[in-house]
Design a protein. Structure first.
Length: 476
């Protein structure tokens, strides 16, 4: 059916037809346009233009390395940018001298330690090489670890055999996957190609904006929380402070869902999906094991008011690594204060506390002490290095009569968290399951993972108190 006439005019991204296409092609799996049409729109920003970078990505959102992109601005093959590599470690990549210089302040902490290491040439060598990296970093500054680990696990390598020592040919479409000479004819799955492109483009949008898009919808929803993102976006796409056509683009939608994932998880487990809207007086939400990047745009938690009736929201963040002194002072007040962004007048208070939850909770004022729900986002309570410090917190949470939601980036993490909780006698309200409101922004997994990408809050589980001892067993 080859056509000889002129190609029909393509609708622009700003046109209503495009919005229609978005909702017609969207599913809960992929509520974005599964095609490249959004890429030209991304490229209209500073990221694509190649002229400077609008706002430098804050260090907080710049931790993720990408194999074929500049370490600073994430430009690469997708925008036609030529990259040079760090001459010493040959791992970090840069679009220009200025960005190499800007990265050096942190990169110098690990560059020399990495430069002596053998790059892996097979799947098996990957696992061993991670041990080598850990040994090489012994005694290094904490900042060096994150940079080095990210550079290493996102090292350019063959997508089939994981060989990182030979010349690679990149996928011409996504510029994310690469193949060694033995696998030069190999291709990767279309869904993975889409995800790789989206991952890079999300970093590009953040590069333009300085920070991820994290906002809440503006008005009360007419019905209960729907079953997943497609229904959510069909219902709410007109209800954000940014123009709808922005949300018709894949990267902003991916970031929007990432920001709303945790608030909507709270809504789900507070009964927001029921026909009758749940009512609360003062709604207290505890976020335990909170990390500093989670402090971004706290007013996204106003999303709770769209689905629940509450007189006020009191949001309490507690985490041993919580840095409350910056870098975004607007979002990181230690004192309680009403927040009123978006014209919504329902009082919203935030209180952040650095420390372990079992130490902090007894010191909280009475009006903050008793939450209606506890959220443990990517707690890592199964992690060997954290399991000891989490134990007293888990026991406290199970003793409190309150639903506690745990999330993991992938199935493995959620199952491992569940095993730890089960061990401590937890009563499961919901076993580990794929979260319908997981973030939709893809992140490359480590080599050898079950799936090529992971997502924020991809898996979730909910526990509430302890299960009763089996009949006949006496309490000890
Ligand atoms: Zn750059
Ligand atoms: Zn280097
Ligand atoms: Zn290969
Ligand atoms: Zn590809």
């Amino acid at each position: 059916m080859a056509s000889t006439g002129p190609a029909p005019p393509q609708p622009t991204l700003d046109s209503p037809e495009m919005l229609l296409l978005r909702s017609e092609t969207a599913t809960d799996e992929k509520p974005w346009l599964p095609s490249e049409v959004w890429l030209p729109q991304c490229k209209r920003g500073a990221w694509g233009s190649g002229v400077g970078v609008g706002a430098p990505i804050k260090a907080l959102f710049n931790v993720g390395r990408l194999p074929h992109s500049c370490a600073v601005c994430k430009r690469g093959g997708l925008t036609g940018t030529k990259l040079t590599q760090c001459s010493r470690c040959k791992l970090a990549r840069y679009c220009c001298k200025a960005h190499a210089k800007a990265h050096w302040a942190t990169h110098k902490l690990c560059c020399a330690r990495l430069s002596g290491l053998r790059k892996p040439d097979s799947r098996e060598a990957w696992a061993r090489s991670l041990v080598d990296v850990r040994l090489a970093l012994a005694g290094a500054e904490p900042e060096a670890h994150e940079d080095a680990t990210q550079l290493w696990i996102h090292m350019p390598r063959c997508a089939v055999c994981q060989d990182a020592t030979r010349p690679l040919k990149r996928c011409a479409r996504c510029q994310g996957a690469a193949f060694c000479p033995d696998h030069a004819d190999a291709t990767h799955a279309a869904a993975d190609c889409d995800a790789a492109m989206l991952e890079v483009a999300c970093f590009g949008m953040i590069s333009d904006m300085g920070a991820p898009l994290a906002i809440a919808s503006q008005s009360k929803a007419r019905g209960p929380l729907p079953s997943g993102w497609k229904a959510y976006l069909d219902m709410k796409i007109w209800d954000f402070e940014v123009p709808e056509y922005i949300l018709a683009l894949a990267p902003p939608t991916a970031m929007l869902t990432e920001g709303l994932s945790l608030p909507l998880l709270a809504v789900r487990f507070l009964g927001g999906a029921r026909e009758t809207r749940p009512r609360f007086g003062s709604l207290v939400v505890h976020v335990v094991g909170a990390a500093t990047p989670e402090l971004v745009a706290l007013h996204r938690f106003r999303e709770l008011f769209a689905w629940l009736d509450a007189r006020e929201l009191r949001l309490v963040f507690v985490g041993p690594d919580l840095r409350l002194d910056g870098p975004d002072p607007e979002d990181t007040k230690e004192v309680l204060q009403p927040g009123e962004p978006g014209g919504d007048k329902t009082p919203f208070y935030f209180s952040g506390h650095r420390g372990a939850y079992h130490d902090v909770r007894p010191t909280l004022p009475d009006d903050l002490k008793t939450p209606q729900i506890v959220l443990a986002q990517h707690s890592g309570c199964h992690d060997l290095s954290l399991v000891h410090s989490w134990r007293p917190t888990l026991d406290l949470l199970l003793d409190m009569d309150v639903p506690c939601v745990f999330t993991g980036y992938n199935e493995f993490e959620a199952n491992a968290d569940a095993a730890i909780l089960d061990d401590r006698g937890a009563n499961f309200l919901a076993p580990p399951h794929l979260n319908p409101f997981r973030g939709l922004r893809p992140y490359s997994e480590v080599p050898g993972a079950k799936t090529p990408f992971y997502y924020v809050n991809q898996y979730a589980l909910c526990v509430h108190g302890r299960r009763p001892p089996p009949a006949g067993e006496s309490a000890s």
